[in-house]
Each structure stands twice: as C-alpha cells, then as structure tokens.
Design a binder for this molecule. Structure first.
Ligand SMILES: *Cc1c(COP(=O)(O)O)cnc(C)c1O
Length: 392
C-alpha cells in the first residue's frame, strides 16, 4: 500500500471504515467526538494519542481531503480550510510577525492584494511587488527582514508565468519561505514542492471542486510549516465544513481526467482564437507564441483551463463581447465544468488606475475564458458569434 502512486491515493485515500463497512466514505456531521474515559480524554488533549476531539480542530472528511492533495503534490503534510482566502490568510498569520517583509509578484488574486496592502500593514508586515516579466529585479528586492516570497503561476488574469525552478533556488539561497498559489495549475499540472517551494496552496473552490458548488482551501508543504498553519487555524477557526470536505474529496478522484480535458479544450480554443479577425492577441501557457512557453513546458504537464485574449478595439468591444455570449456564463468564478468569461478591466480590476492595470497586463480589451467541459464546438461557436457581434 505504501508504494501507491499519487493518483491512486487521490482515488483511494479514505477515512477509516466504520462498523457499517461502507465502500464510500460517510459524512461525519458531528461537532465533537466522544471518549471512553477521563484518561483517554486527557491523552487526546495532551496530544499523546492521535484522536479527533472537536470539529474546529479535525474532522475525518477534512483530513481525507488534505491527505489526497498532499499526496498529489508530493508534500509531507497538508491542511484544508473554509476557503482559498482562509488558506492564504492562515499562511500569513501563522508564519509572519511584525517587522517581517514579503516579496510578492504583482499579479495576485484581488483579495490577496487586499490582505497585503490593507490588512498586514496594520500588523507591521510590509511587502514589495515585483513583475513576473522582470525576474532579474527580484533578488535585489530581497531584504534582511524578507521572510516570504509569495507568487501565483500562471497569474490571473493575464496568464503570465513565474519560473519555479529559478525561484526555488533563489528562495533556498536567501533562506526565505517560498509560497506558491497553485490554484490555476492544480496539483495535477504543476507540483511546486518539487521545484523548491515550501508551501503550495489552493482555492479548492476552483478546479478541485471543479463544478462550481462548494468553497474550500488547501495548503500543503513541509511538516513543520503546515503544523504552524494548522495551529493558527485551529485557534482562529476558518474550519472547512464536513459537507464541503466530503464534496471536495470526492471531486479530487476525477481531478486528473478533468484537468486533462480542460487543458485539451483550452489549447484547441487558444489555437482557434489566434490570428482570428477581431482578436489582437492570445495568451495561453502551451501556445508556442507565449513568451514564457519554455518555462510552461518545463514546469507544467498541461496548460490548464484558463486562457486570455484581447479583442481589438478596447473597453467597449470587451463589454460588447460579454453582452453577446449566449452559452458562456458571466460569473465571478473559474475552474467550472461550465465555460466562464470575464472582462477584468470593467469588473474585477475596474478600481485600479490605468497604469496599475498595465503593470499586471490587463489591457482594456482583455477577456479571460475559463474553458469548461461542454462540447467544445458549442463553446467555440458561441465565442465566434460573440466576437462577430462585438467587433462589427
Ligand atoms: C479564487 C482564488 C483565490 C481565493 O479563493 P476563495 O476560495 O475564493 O477564497 C485565491 N487565489 C486564486 C488564484 C484564486 O483564483
């Protein structure tokens, strides 16, 4: 059993069988767990025996999910929380103290940006932003008090990449904790731990659920760091509900086949878009025209389900494209079986200044597509008619 491959663990890891001998894991909807006697209870609280105590601390469904994701990523340990942002904040909260500095790639998920710019400074934790496209500038920005490097790759929404092998080496050289938000690539397409990342985290809400139903977050990595994050979460309470954990753990079983299909569909769609009338440019990691194509090929086993393209014209054409789609959903999510389109300049990134948007690669006509699992011919037909409607 010990030499199972990661995908077998993703399907087969299961909380211990109950007296009913179920084949699939039951949902453990209980807020606490009972003890035989005072001695067992004492030993559990003292940490002398491995035992569930209270659902804010541990729950079999939650642990099963963490175990599957850690196996897929080749990490020593993992812990799951209520949302992706809970995992991000618990990572900062557990590992950083007043006076610490974070080096972060400028293109970040909006709420992570809010934590870095609005929340952490109140606790004396500062940051410097660097550009994905300019890695040479990074080493010079590492200070004596830099404790963490935080990146997303591929980035949202411009689909830029960070060279993980290079960054893993830099982090090791400087003695800094490297954290990778691996949400877009998933544990299937990219394993940051293998490149020297200390922690890899996910919004499980996206591809791990993959069907737009529940929220969750997972962080995996070295035992000691994950223990600190667990202790922080156990005390502060962003616990994942057993129901969501049960759904997510079931979803991990099909993550590999879904990611292969998402990647296949997105590559075909990206190729179809490239060079079309009305399309100024297309960004997808596995398109040879991507400026970081070589990096993509060296660290990802598939390009993922997200692509970005720029409609000719600009803001108005971008909005018109959004108004013209009939099949694709206009919704604030990604990583769903249903194809989702978004127009960052008028929505998620509307509050930024023009220069700030430029700095993270968001031009007025940029459209992000999270390519789903419908029959791709229907998706492409929808995009085609929307392109025509928006550019004529
Ligand atoms: C969605 C997302 C998050 C936040 O996850 P939630 O589950 O919404 O809290 C963090 N990082 C990335 C890259 C995301 O796409």
């Amino acid at each position: 059993m010990k030499d199972w491959r990661p995908q077998t663990w993703a399907v087969r890891a299961q909380a211990e069988e109950s007296t009913h001998h179920e084949h699939s894991v039951p949902m453990f909807l209980t807020s606490s767990f009972v003890f035989e006697d005072s001695e067992e209870m004492r030993a559990a609280f003292a940490g002398e025996i491995d035992r569930n105590i209270y659902a804010r601390f541990t729950n079999p469904n939650v642990e099963e999910l963490s175990e599957k994701v850690r196996r897929l990523e080749g990490a020593e340990a993992g812990h799951s929380m209520a949302t992706g942002m809970a995992a991000v904040f618990a990572t900062f909260g557990a590992l950083l103290s007043s006076g610490d500095h974070i080096l972060a790639c400028r293109s970040l998920f909006g709420s992570t940006h809010t934590i870095l710019t609005k929340i952490l400074p109140r606790f004396g934790i500062t940051h410097t932003y660097v550009d994905a496209a300019d890695p040479d500038s990074w080493p010079g920005e590492i200070r004596e008090n830099t404790r963490m490097i935080f990146v997303e790759t591929p980035t949202n929404p411009a689909v830029d990449l960070v060279d993980l092998k290079w960054l893993g080496k830099l982090a090791a050289e400087k003695g800094v904790i490297l954290v990778v938000d691996n949400c877009f690539a998933t544990p299937i397409l990219q394993r940051p731990i293998e490149f020297g990342a200390h922690l890899s985290l996910h919004s499980a809400t996206k591809y791990i659920d993959g069907q737009g139903r529940v929220m969750g977050g997972v962080v995996v990595g070295g035992k000691d760091l994950v223990q600190e994050i667990y202790d922080f979460a156990r005390a502060t309470g962003p616990s994942l509900s057993p129901f969501n954990a049960w759904v997510l753990s079931k979803s991990v079983e099909t993550l590999e086949v879904r990611m292969e299909k998402h990647s296949e569909n997105a590559l075909v769609a990206a190729r179809w878009l490239e060079g079309r009338t009305g399309v100024a440019s297309v960004r997808y990691p596995f398109l040879p025209s991507h400026p970081q194509y070589k990096i993509a090929k060296s660290q990802m086993s598939g390009g993922g389900g997200v692509l970005a393209f720029v409609v000719e014209g600009g803001l108005e054409q971008g909005k018109r494209f959004m108004d013209s789609v009939k099949l694709c959903s206009l919704t604030a999510n990604l990583g769903d079986t249903r194809t989702i389109v978004s127009h960052p300049a008028s929505t998620t990134h509307a509050k930024l200044t023009e220069e700030e948007r430029q700095a993270v690669g968001i031009t007025p006509g940029l459209i992000r597509i999270s390519v789903g699992l419908e029959d791709l011919r229907d998706v492409i037909a929808d995009v085609e008619q929307a392109l025509e409607a928006s550019t004529t």
